[in-house]
Ligand binder design. Structure first.
Ligand code: CA
Length: 245
């Protein structure tokens, strides 16, 4: 999960970045609205934390531009505590939630979790894909009630694939969603992480299919390959078709 923080209060921005990185989010920060707009044009973010009072381009304008591009990116705005008008205007412009400054980090993190899981189409903090379940708040992965031990990077990779389950995800997209600016992760490294993740999660009817030259797709084998009934599915089961996006 990759988050962009647009905030000109450097102390606040650094504190947020530290705290969200400790929760395993990939976090980038910008200190003005124009840089935020450019970053959002270029990057693949899963959430924007947006201060409204930004130099060069206001938070309202940044938000307006995001929505005018038809971008459904979840946006959490940061407002001054007593400014009801700003909150209403921000929500009307398409923000998903707001926090009034000053705020408790624990509350902000809970809202970030809520917004990112909504972006994944999940209604609770547990996302399921066949026998696989991922608890986003506790960061616990289970297969058939058995806990699977994943590294932070493997879990981040799984989250990106889960968010787009059944659809093709390119290696470049994986790099974009996993890495912050200046962090060098090659597509070869992605192959290594995928290899490790496969060894850990491909024990049930869940597969990470390789679409040669294009990327990967998290799939669920239809039916149960181990089932005794040979008429239910062809041997090995049938993977759902890959839908490119
Ligand atoms: Ca500000």
């Amino acid at each position: 999960m990759r988050i962009l923080i647009a905030e000109d209060d450097q102390v606040l921005a650094d504190g947020l970045t530290r705290s969200l990185r400790a929760s395993h989010y990939a976090v980038d920060q910008v200190a003005d609205g124009l840089s935020a707009d450019h970053a959002l044009h270029a990057g693949s973010f899963d959430l924007l934390i947006l201060d409204l009072g930004l130099p060069r381009l206001s938070g309202f304008e940044v938000l307006k531009r995001v929505r005018s591009r038809g971008d459904a990116l979840p946006v959490l705005i940061l407002t001054a505590a007593d400014n009801l008008e700003d909150k209403v205007r921000g929500l009307d412009l398409g923000a998903d939630d707001y926090m009034a400054k000053p705020f408790e980090l624990a509350e902000l993190e809970a809202r970030v979790r809520a917004l990112t899981r909504r972006g994944m189409g999940a209604t609770s903090s547990v996302i399921r894909h066949g026998p696989l379940s991922v608890d986003l708040s506790g960061r616990v992965v289970m297969i058939d009630q058995r806990v699977v031990d994943l590294s932070a990077r493997e879990l981040a990779l799984l989250e990106v694939l889960l968010q787009r389950a059944g659809r093709l995800v390119s290696k470049d997209q994986l790099v974009d969603h996993l890495c912050v600016w200046g962090e060098e992760v090659s597509t070869n490294a992605i192959e290594v992480y995928i290899h490790r993740l496969r060894k850990k999660i491909e024990v049930g009817p869940v597969r990470i299919a390789t679409v040669r030259g294009l990327g990967y797709c998290l799939q669920r084998i239809a039916g149960n390959p181990a089932a005794a009934d040979p008429t239910s599915e062809p041997a090995g089961g049938t993977a759902s078709p890959v839908q490119a996006v």
